[in-house]
Design a protein around this ligand. Structure first.
Ligand code: NAD
Ligand code: TDX
Length: 335
């Protein structure tokens, strides 16, 4: 692969992927296509070798722009998405436009141009909640919030293009991802930055919902592994193998930031809150990938990054995020 298009490459996981791919493959040229929504940030790509990187500001829901950007590329890796569950509960239309229609445009452009690989980044959330055990790729989908339903829609369209048109589509389903450069609406960076500022940590419900935590570089490597070693028409789970109750995660963060548990503020639960996510990634492991980051080290490294990089997150938290935060949290006061 000489030339790949990375959509959503100015976001959290996409930018990690761009940094990783350019570092790993010295011959590679990456074209990042990103609409720069509230979650997109060119600062995330500051450190990449700009001689081998082209940035195109475009919306994946714009079919003509996608076709133009993808001309002459060997692969497209789609990270572009509206990605926050709570925002999808407030208003889901952008999620449908990007996560379903946008994916359709990518599939159409790839079909027309004969793109050799299409990797759609999806999520463990498409399976829904599981009480015991872990979901395998062959399990039925049961998305239970507008975000996960839109992601399921996008990946199902992808698989339909494989079966109907022989489009070389691969899907990955990753776990909750954490690490540097994550927009502070997600629980890990929100709680770290609130703790730094001695602000309350709004813990939903009883705090016993379980998520599996995957370090961002492990996720980026997993996606790249599936792209290069996976087979078209296949789906690969990418697990972190670090399942934690939210309350346990919260205590770990407070310890790392050096603040007391009095900052924990139980608040009203998320509606339709999935209790537990758990996936089995033996299929990708059989191809030679495995997660490398140890949980304690990953949390320490992430908390340190936010402590050392206030220049990155303070302007976000002081800007339009304030309005979102007020809307999202002011009515949650009572658990
Ligand atoms: P993010 O919100 O940090 O980044 C999304 C990026 O996509 C941003 O740069 C944004 O500007 C861009 N974008 C949004 N709509 C666009 C559009 N219409 N056209 C072009 N660009 C657009 O998200 P993330 O956490 O980096 O997630 C990346 C992908 O990984 C998503 O597809 C998400 O569903 C999936 N995923 C995320 C996690 C997680 O825990 N964060 C876990 C599993 C899967
Ligand atoms: O303020 C909060 N308080 C809280 O208790 C927030 C924002 C979250 N939570 C809880 C809800 C979840 O149980 O923490 C857990 C994690 O929440 P999020 O960070 O919002 O992630 P989640 O809803 O699990 O979805 C994430 O993982 C799958 C990503 O946002 C998705 O993009 C990904 O597909």
């Amino acid at each position: 692969m000489k030339r790949i298009v990375v959509t959503g490459g100015a976001g959290f996981i996409g930018s990690c992927y761009v940094r990783y791919a350019l570092k790993t493959y010295p011959e590679l040229h990456v074209i990042t296509v990103d609409k720069l929504t509230y979650a997109g940030n060119l600062d995330n790509l500051k450190e990449v070798d700009q001689k081998r990187h082209t940035f195109v500001k475009a919306d994946i829901a714009d079919a003509a722009a996608m076709e133009k950007a993808m001309e002459g590329c060997d692969a497209v890796v789609n990270f572009a998405a509206d990605s926050h569950v709570d925002r999808s509960i407030m208003e889901a239309s952008d999620f449908i436009a990007t996560n379903v229609r946008g994916v359709h445009n990518i599939l159409e452009a790839a079909k027309k141009l004969g793109t050799a690989r299409i990797l759609l980044v999806s999520t463990d959330e498409v399976y829904g909640s599981i009480e015991k055990g872990s979901f395998k790729e062959t399990d039925a989908l049961n998305p239970r919030n507008p975000y996960s339903a839109s992601k399921a829609g996008g990946e199902l369209l992808g698989m339909s293009y494989f079966h109907t048109f022989n489009s070389p589509v691969i899907v990955t389903r990753g776990s909750n991802t954490y690490g540097p450069f994550q927009y502070p609406e997600k629980v890990m960076p929100l709680f770290i930055t609130n703790a730094i500022d001695d602000q309350p940590l709004p813990l939903y419900g009883d705090g016993k919902n379980v998520r599996d935590w995957l370090f961002v570089e492990d996720h980026a490597r997993g996606i790249d592994h599936a792209l290069r070693h996976g087979a078209p028409g296949n789906i690969y789970n990418i697990a972190g193998e670090n399942e934690r109750e939210n309350v346990v995660l919260t205590h770990r963060i407070l310890k790392e930031v050096g603040k007391g548990t009095d900052l924990i503020k139980p608040v009203k639960d998320r509606v339709g809150h999935d209790r537990r996510y758990s996936i089995d990634s033996h299929k990708l492991k059989a191809l030679g990938w495995e997660p490398k980051m140890n949980w304690d080290e990953g949390v320490a490294l992430t908390a340190k990054w936010y402590k050392d990089n206030e220049w990155w997150w303070r302007p976000i938290k002081d800007g339009s995020f304030k309005e979102y935060y007020k809307r999202q949290y002011e009515d949650r006061e009572k658990a």
